[in-house]
Design a protein around this ligand. Structure first.
Ligand code: 13P
Length: 393
């Protein structure tokens, strides 16, 4: 079960002077390519899903695939929401299985960014999920020419970063020191003294967005100054595009499967190159032993009902599925009825929590308190409820 706590993973990278790649994946070819690279180079890895790409794929479906890829992998993996737009995005990402979230409100005023990020931190920490904030503005658009969407770059300042981290409680900070999302023309002009000062002031893992186009020396200098997470996408999509174009040339008129045949290998080659440059290659075993495993808790309830009919019980249960399923950190609410008449307990609920932290935050959540006190407890006779951490899940 090599899904691991992302905070532990990045603490290890930060403490040992290397960076974990956070690769944005947009299809199964990307998932397979990045995982093959991580497994071949024995690297911890972050599979990142950027909200700006959700128009190209079904977030929930791809999350099922990245979850499955992580669970069967021998290397430690974290699943991250990249550039989420708001609180709802973060809640949904945790529900689908992300164990790290970024809500990017860096385009707002400092005060708005601070308030929005702090609210996300409160919600996510109650689910055991670490949060990446962004301060300053990294312009450009992933997967496109950086110059086409320059926007005004806003550098992260040391003083603002210190206040931001203290007041929001973010676990990692994405900083703007000269990188740009997308394809670069020429060499990026990075402000290393600024990065060093931010790192000295904060002492938490820093993230760099816009990894594409930086050279090996720049990467090493970024990592030496506190960067423990590097976001990377455009170079992967370009490698994928080049593989398809080569197939179009060599096999005109070929169908979909033939055209995408080399995509995963091309992505894998580029991702593995990065893992070796960034120093995450060969770290999988250490990271695995250092990090807490990440896994769900099953909240099991068994009960009978008194004073209401089966029909009324069904209405109450359907209401519970909806209300409880919306609580942050709840991944799923499944209910059932005993197959045999006369079973000791007629009804069961399986409420899947994202992590053990949710046991407390769920119990205290106003929606749960209201439903439990007004709808459930008055009629749920002889109920038992136990939280299980699943083994071998
Ligand atoms: P690039 O596409 O420039 O590699 O940036 C990726 C990124 O920062 C995703 O958040």
């Amino acid at each position: 079960m090599p899904l691991v706590n992302m905070k532990d993973m990045l603490a290890h990278a930060y403490g040992h002077g290397y960076a974990v790649g956070a690769f944005d994946v947009v299809s199964l070819d990307f998932v397979e390519g990045v995982m093959t690279a991580a497994e071949r180079s024995r690297a911890p890895v972050i599979l990142s899903l950027a909200e700006s790409r959700f128009e190209h794929y079904d977030f929930e479906l791809l999350m099922s695939a990245v979850g499955a890829a992580a669970r069967r992998s021998p290397v430690p993996v974290a699943l991250h929401l990249d550039h989420g737009t708001n609180m709802e995005s973060a809640v949904r990402a945790i529900r689908f299985g992300c164990n790290g979230v970024m809500v990017d409100t860096s385009h707002m005023t400092l005060g708005e960014n601070l308030a929005a990020t702090r609210a996300v931190v409160e919600m996510a920490h109650a689910c055991g999920v670490p949060v990446e904030g962004e301060l300053g503005y990294v312009p450009g658009v992933e997967g496109e020419d950086a110059e086409r969407h320059p926007g005004p770059l806003a550098y992260t300042t040391v003083a603002e970063a210190k206040g931001f981290v203290e007041r929001t409680g973010v676990d990692f900070l994405a900083v703007s020191i000269g990188t740009v999302h997308g394809r670069l023309k020429g060499k990026a002009n990075l402000d290393f003294p600024r990065l060093r000062s931010i790192n000295q002031a904060l002492g938490i893992p820093l993230a760099i967005h816009g990894g594409t186009g930086l050279d090996d020396d720049q990467f090493r200098r970024l990592i030496a100054k506190g960067v423990a997470k590097i976001n990377y996408y455009t170079a992967l999509t370009d490698a994928a595009g080049a593989a398809i174009c080569a197939r179009v040339k060599s096999a005109p008129g070929a169908g979909y499967a033939a055209l995408v045949r080399d995509v995963s290998a091309a992505i894998s080659t580029e991702a593995e190159r990065c893992m070796r440059v960034w120093g995450s290659a060969g770290r999988a075993a250490e990271v695995m032993s250092h990090c807490r495993p990440w896994g769900p808790v099953e909240h099991l309830i068994l009960h009978n009902v008194v004073g209401i009919s089966e029909k009324e019980a069904a209405v109450m249960i359907a209401e519970g599925q909806q209300v409880l399923g919306a609580i942050p950190g709840v991944r799923e609410v499944v209910t059932g009825r005993a197959v045999k008449e006369g079973a000791q307990y007629r009804y069961c609920w399986l409420v899947r929590f994202a992590a053990p932290e949710v046991i407390d935050s769920y119990r205290e959540h106003p929606a749960h308190v209201l439903f439990a006190n007004q709808r459930f407890r008055p009629v749920a006779e002889g109920r038992i409820s136990i939280d299980y951490a699943l083994e071998g899940a």
